[in-house]
Write a protein that binds this ligand. Structure first.
Ligand code: NCD
Ligand code: ZN
Length: 335
């Protein structure tokens, strides 16, 4: 039986939510990942040191063992230097959302006025706190990410020492930015390595394929695959696994978010094997992130086996991507 072992897998973009959802969902990631960057878009968002500490404690209480590190984040606002100094050791990054662009982002940034943001972003540069960005404008849905590239350029040029992570990139334009600015990095989800807009609305409308940013064109998928499969040194895996209760997805007015946490590693094995690039998966799913973020996760060894795995129809009240379908890889053991 063919197997593939991954050491310290990391999910560099994860939504865990809160309350009962957190309790149901967090153990799934903690099982197969060493750590994850935890998104701060709760209601209300995580904006104070007390919020970060309390949320971290709730996450730790929801996972069954100590072999999982939640890398906490703050929701971007124009914070002052004294606050950032004080909170720096509790967080791994700060997440910036344009206001209203996606789920629970109403308190985000409404104008990208560099001078208004400068004190915060300079302090973050000096304290070496990376800025994770949901890079979409409020333009036409297929153009939102490409339109945001000028804002990435503005940020990258004005704050050359700031590590800027282009989150969940979906376009060839974003891929091209990676080699243009030294301080730009990216995360890529597994569903954006599999889906195009056709898979969302090309046939029957598929609510469990719907997320922000929306899956794009075949040429965008190819561009994402090219950097993921080569484990380009500036790209990292970030699932953007974003659980919503079934009734919020299978509804008139479907919530944005694809739930992949429990099947992400299996799908990544399938994709990397298909292109004969399994040897690069370790870099994509852990080593690049360790180097970029300067983190050192606790040891965890995940062995996957090439055998049929039927994706459960539902986890609690959350429907995963490919529910009921058969994947080629299964998790065999975690040590
Ligand atoms: C995310 C969520 O549900 O919190 N939704 C999504 O479609 N990805 C928010 C986000 O990352 O945009
Ligand atoms: Zn997200």
């Amino acid at each position: 039986m063919k197997t593939h072992t991954l050491l310290m897998p990391l999910d560099m973009h994860l939504h865990l939510r809160d309350g009962v959802m957190l309790e149901n969902i967090a153990p799934l990631t903690a099982y197969s990942f060493s750590g994850a960057i935890i998104m701060p878009n709760l209601v209300p968002p995580v904006t104070t040191k007390e919020d970060v500490i309390a949320y971290r404690e709730r996450v730790m209480a929801a996972v069954p063992n100590d072999y999982f590190e939640p890398y906490m984040t703050l929701f971007y606002q124009n914070y002052d230097r004294a606050f950032l100094n004080d909170v720096a050791e509790e967080i791994t990054a700060i997440k910036l959302y344009p206001a209203g662009i996606t789920t629970n982002s109403e308190g985000g940034v409404s104008s990208f006025d560099i001078e208004e943001m400068r004190p915060t972003l300079e302090a973050m540069s000096e304290l070496d706190i990376p800025l994770c960005v949901h890079g979409e404008t409020d333009g036409f849905v297929m153009d939102r990410e490409a339109e945001f590239m000028s804002i990435y350029e503005l940020l990258a040029k004005n704050f050359p020492k700031l590590k800027i992570i282009m989150e969940h990139i979906t376009t060839k334009e974003a891929v091209a930015m990676l080699d243009k600015y030294e301080n730009l990095y990216a995360t890529i989800t597994v569903h954006h390595l599999l889906l195009t807009l056709d898979d969302v609305i090309g046939g029957m409308m598929m609510p469990h394929h719907f997320c922000k940013p929306i899956a794009k064109r075949p040429e965008d998928l190819d561009a994402l695959l090219s950097v993921a499969l080569e484990a380009h040194p500036k790209v990292m895996f970030g699932s953007d696994s974003a659980p919503h209760p079934r009734e919020k997805k299978e509804a008139c007015g479907c919530a944005a978010g694809v739930f992949t946490a429990p099947i992400a590693l299996q799908l990544l094995c399938e994709i990397f094997e298909q292109f004969d690039k399994l040897d690069n998966l370790q870099d994509f799913v852990s080593d690049n992130a360790q180097r970029i973020y300067g983190i050192c996760p606790e040891f965890k060894e995940v062995t996957l086996e090439r055998r049929p795995f039927v994706v459960p129809e539902i986890y609690g009240n959350v429907v995963p991507l490919y529910a009921g379908e058969t994947l080629n890889w299964a998790i065999e053991s975690v040590e």
